[in-house]
Ligand binder design. Structure first.
Ligand SMILES: Cc1cc2nc3c(=O)[nH]c(=O)nc-3n(C[C@H](O)[C@H](O)[C@H](O)COP(=O)(O)OP(=O)(O)OC[C@H]3O[C@@H](n4cnc5c(N)ncnc54)[C@H](O)[C@@H]3O)c2cc1C
Ligand code: FES
Ligand code: FES
Length: 478
């Protein structure tokens, strides 16, 4: 058992005890390490000024061996355990600027400069991705997508996009060559092989190697909170100044990174991020992959777990309606063993789920929709990128006879219209009996209790829901 957090910071082996481990990474870099290149603006994961690049070698998936952009303002230092981190301060190689830095200067991509390190790091993440694929140019669309997690108040975005598309990647070598050497690789494998417990009077972070140890720890310390990647928990911590004092990290449990398809069923482990899930879904459930394009920005998708999005049980979370429509099942483990909770029985009331104290979600599973099925997910938010839904809607229809409008099975679920992600059981029953869209819309309205808040009024939510519902049937059965 280790008693520290171990990682590489700009190529140097680094250890953190409980005092440092309990800090947000951006604060740690600036105040404890004097690395002030990383800026803090929103402290909520929204603006990207704090973007750093992190490689976590043990996460399987597409970009696992890449340095990925993540937000330092909502990452606890404890979460760095087993990672290699690069900050903007180390980007320059000797006297030579990184190509992203050169391009930003050449295209006048900076004015006050507050956002600039974050843009440079997000662009460098894009460069790393491109180099891994052997590509030498970034096009405008890729640049815009890659920068959806970054905001600038001064220059306007055009010079920054110009910088991105002007980069000559033949001039770049991968950061892995400098910051993920064989020595590091071996050292991080060693870190990953042992549990760690980092604690003092006010903070405790336990990261076990097995799910059994995790369950035993929760039984001994019921006040412990499970930490996914903190993209929800750390925002609440920063905003409301709540303390994250006793945490269980699952990052050393290899089995939880698993994502696989078996006999038409997808098994999605609790540590799989949105970026990894999206990549896996592309060929299997393309509609879900497309929907995840407008989920947060790259930094959050690289960090946040899909299971965290379910467990947090937000009524406006984007994946819960999708999983409801797919008839997913949540698999949990506790001292009494394993049990399966159908997604339709998972959300009990506002932010309350069917997970019992001491239980951990190990994975979620769902069937891949068959050929006779139409599946659509819709998201309506005030801003296209990096925004939380006002309303979202997921519909799956399995046709008995599409021409005659006969439905074998249907599932309708939405967020933003009730205290929980809502499944429209009465509307579904009506549609199974008869294809009468006006009657179905009346039923739809009778099932919901939307509220007015800063995202949308209750009346607007009703209009959006009805329009998206009608749009679905117009698209699939014109
Ligand atoms: C800038 C920004 C943009 C965002 N955009 C979106 C968006 O577009 N759509 C959207 O839906 N959400 C969005 N989110 C919310 C957030 O990113 C997601 O909810 C994310 O998936 C949460 O995962 P996590 O691993 O970070 O969870 P954490 O914050 O670590 O945990 C969330 C909750 O889940 C619990 N939990 C985690 N893992 C387990 C487990 N294995 N077993 C039991 N409980 C567990 C934790 O205890 C906690 O209560 C955004 C957040 C930010 C900061
Ligand atoms: S400071 Fe804005 S995302 Fe971190
Ligand atoms: S240059 Fe000022 S915020 Fe971007």
């Amino acid at each position: 058992m280790r008693n520290k957090i171990e990682f590489f910071l700009n190529g140097k082996r680094t250890e953190a005890g409980p005092e440092d481990a309990s800090l947000m990474l951006a604060d740690y870099l600036r105040t404890r390490r004097g690395l002030t290149g990383t800026k803090i603006v929103c402290a909520e994961g929204d603006c990207g000024a704090c973007t750093v690049l992190r490689l976590f070698p043990h996460a399987p998936g597409t970009d696992a061996q890449n340095f990925l952009p993540t937000n330092a303002c909502i990452t606890l230092v404890a979460q760095l355990d087993g990672s290699s981190l690069v900050t903007v301060d180390a980007l320059k190689d000797g006297e030579k600027l990184h190509e992203t830095q050169r391009a930003m200067i050449a295209c006048h991509g900076s004015q006050c400069g507050f956002c600039t390190p974050g843009f440079v790091m997000a662009l460098t993440g894009l460069v790393e991705e491109k180099l891994a694929r052997g590509e030498t140019r970034v096009d405008e669309r890729e640049a815009k997508n890659g920068l959806t997690g970054n905001l600038c108040r001064c220059t306007g975005y055009l010079p920054i996009i110009d910088a991105a598309v002007s980069m000559n990647l033949a001039e770049c070598s991968s950061l892995s060559e400098r910051f993920y050497t064989q020595t590091q690789r071996t050292a991080l494998e060693e870190v990953f092989s042992k549990s760690t417990l980092v604690e003092n009077e006010s903070f405790s972070f336990f990261a076990p190697k097995t799910i059994e140890e995790a369950i035993a720890h929760l039984a001994r310390h019921p006040e412990t909170r499970i930490l996914g990647s903190g993209t929800d928990m750390s925002v609440v911590h920063n905003k409301r100044r709540t303390t994250l004092s006793r945490l269980l990290g699952l990052h050393l449990i290899s089995a939880l990174y698993e994502i696989r398809e078996e006999a038409g069923i997808i098994h999605l482990g609790a540590r799989v991020t949105h970026a990894e899930f999206r990549h896996f879904l592309k060929a299997r459930v393309p509609e879900f992959a497309r929907y995840l394009d407008v989920f947060a920005g790259p930094q959050i998708k690289n960090m946040g777990t899909v299971v965290g999005n379910i467990a947090t049980a937000s009524p406006i979370g984007d994946t819960p309606p999708a999983f409801l429509a797919l008839d997913a099942v949540v698999v949990v483990r506790g001292v009494a063993g394993e049990r399966e909770i159908p997604m339709s029985q998972f959300f009990l009331s506002y932010r309350k789920t069917a997970i019992a104290p001491g239980e951990i979600i190990t994975h979620v599973k769902f069937p891949i929709p068959e050929g006779t099925t139409d599946l659509r997910f819709y998201k309506s938010s005030n801003r296209k990128d990096l925004d939380i839904s006002a309303v979202n809607l997921a519909i799956r229809v399995d046709w008995k006879d599409r021409e005659r409008r006969e439905i074998r099975d249907v599932c309708v679920a939405a967020g933003g219209v009730a205290a929980v992600p809502h499944r429209f059981v009465r509307t579904e029953n009506l549609l199974r009996q008869r294809y009468d869209l006006d009657a179905a819309v009346r039923e739809l309205h009778s099932e919901i209790t939307p509220i007015s808040d800063l995202r949308a009024s209750a009346a607007f939510r009703r209009v959006i829901l009805e329009n998206l519902f009608r749009k679905f049937f117009r698209e699939v059965a014109p």
